[in-house]
Design a binder for this molecule. Structure first.
Ligand SMILES: C[S@@+](CC[C@H](N)C(=O)[O-])C[C@H]1O[C@@H](n2cnc3c(N)ncnc32)[C@H](O)[C@@H]1O
Length: 433
């Protein structure tokens, strides 16, 4: 999501030691990956964070930085929650330009410009190539209706796009369909390239979360060679594709009940040349007929994937077990201390509250699940508490479904993104044997 002031809510950054900053900067500039809208920042632990264009960053780039550009460097990914704008972008923001253009044009149409109208202009949006997706809380005054359709031409031109769409409420029916309407343009299909993977979808029918980039990169680095996976909430292939294209999964069973997302998913599997290693199961995953086949199950649904837990247990292999990646929005409260990684005793060690939480250390290529456990710099006690409750619930479900006791172990808790004030989207990697 871009803010109208030109300031996104958070940006992805690559973190390294200060002595490697110049080499990292040169490489990122050359690859057109450096985000020039934000300043390079010094982190509390003395390392340096270089803002990057997260969408274009791939696992290959991280590997190159670590192995070729600056051998021996630590290469971490982080989300800068309060990125500092660079000097260059401190002039006229897109929102100011929009206000100027729309107010001038509206006054030319006989409208008396007011602070209420100004406050009703968009302040944040998602950019999908030449299509801008506006959030639902703008253009709500009745007066705008009289200014359509020219109004949309003015807005699009001020913001440098050719198509405009506006978001409504995310539908509560479980498909997470965002009720998007097209304001300008004749279709809502857009394309994104993330970590070398092409995703095409219709923004008016399917959702896309920019905030999940760190998790997509992490998934891409998981050691899944030869594994059979079940992706219970496949959408347009956000995680199915990295599992197939980068993580080396042998086969993915992808479940999805939104017919529009299924069309996009099928298309994306073809586009990325992996359609022969994926079976799409169209319909409600709770009615899935599969059992005893999965080495790994992805449960990528927020606010909670709880309804999918019984089927996740059912599809896990009885002989060898496997790993569950369980997504959840976890509420936490300000002022709480952070917990060091690997510790299960809460509030044991006092750590400074991280404005920037290091979320993903992609060291030495594909790392093992156990090593990843050690890579989260800080976890909140609420995440740990939720993970422990979930572990207990899953152990009970496994016993019920398979009729014998299982061993479970929390491998890792990963922050995907801050979702709302005091709510974090996290993933629990739970080993079940
Ligand atoms: C949030 S999206 C997944 C995208 C990805 N996790 C992300 O955040 O970018 C969840 C997807 O799961 C699908 N879904 C939700 N409940 C489902 C169910 N019971 N059976 C099959 N698909 C389901 C929705 O249609 C949606 O496409």
């Amino acid at each position: 999501m871009e803010r109208g002031g030109g300031k996104p809510a958070s940006v992805v950054a690559v973190v390294t030691e200060p002595r490697f900053t110049q080499r990292y900067r040169e490489y990122l500039e050359k690859q057109k990956l450096l985000d020039r809208r934000h300043r390079v920042e010094k982190m509390p632990d003395g390392t340096v964070a270089l803002p990057v264009l997260g969408e274009a960053l791939s696992e290959q780039h991280l590997r190159e930085l670590r192995n070729r550009v600056a051998p021996g460097s630590t290469c971490l990914l982080t989300q800068l929650l309060n990125p500092v704008p660079s000097k260059k972008t401190q002039g006229c923001s897109p929102a100011q330009r929009l206000c100027l253009d729309v107010s001038r044009w509206a006054e030319g149409c006989g409208v008396t410009w007011s602070t209420d109208l100004e406050a009703d202009l968009p302040r944040s949006w998602q950019r999908h190539g030449d299509l801008l997706l506006l959030s639902e809380d703008c253009f709500q005054a009745k007066l705008w209706k009289n200014l359509e359709p020219e109004l949309w031409e003015i807005v699009a031109s001020a913001l440098g796009v050719r198509r405009l769409a506006k978001r409504g409420r995310i539908s509560p029916d479980g498909t997470r369909t965002p009720a998007v309407s097209l304001l300008l343009g004749d279709h809502g299909w857009v394309e994104h390239v993330d970590n070398g993977i092409r995703y095409k979808f219709d923004v008016t029918q399917c959702m896309f979360s920019f905030g999940n980039i760190t998790e997509k990169l992490r998934v891409a680095s998981l050691p899944c060679a030869g594994e059979v996976l079940v992706d219970l909430y496949a959408g347009i292939g956000y995680f199915t594709l990295p599992f197939l294209v980068h993580a080396g999964a042998a086969f993915v069973h992808a479940c999805e009940w939104n017919p529009h997302a299924v069309v996009a998913l099928r298309n994306n599997l073809e586009l990325n040349g992996v359609a022969d290693r994926c079976q799409i199961h169209f319909g409600d995953n709770r009615k899935l007929k599969l059992s005893d086949i999965a080495d790994r199950v992805n449960l990528g649904l927020i606010p909670s994937s709880e309804e999918g837990w019984p089927i996740a247990c059912q599809v896990l292999r009885q002989d060898a077990g496997g790993i569950l990646h369980i997504h959840q929005n976890v509420e936490s409260f300000p002022g709480k201390k952070l917990q060091p990684p690997g510790s299960s005793e809460m509030e044991k060690e006092h750590r400074p509250s991280p404005q920037q939480i290091i979320t993903n250390q992609l060291k030495n290529g594909a790392s093992s699940d156990s090593r990843r456990k050690m890579q989260s710099a800080a976890i909140k006690p609420e995440w740990q508490r939720w993970a422990e409750t979930t572990e207990t619930r899953i152990a009970t479900l496994l016993q019920q479904v398979h009729g014998k006791p299982w061993k479970t172990q929390i491998l890792h808790i990963q922050l995907v993104k801050p979702y709302a004030p005091h709510v974090d989207h996290v993933v629990l990697d739970l080993e079940c044997r």
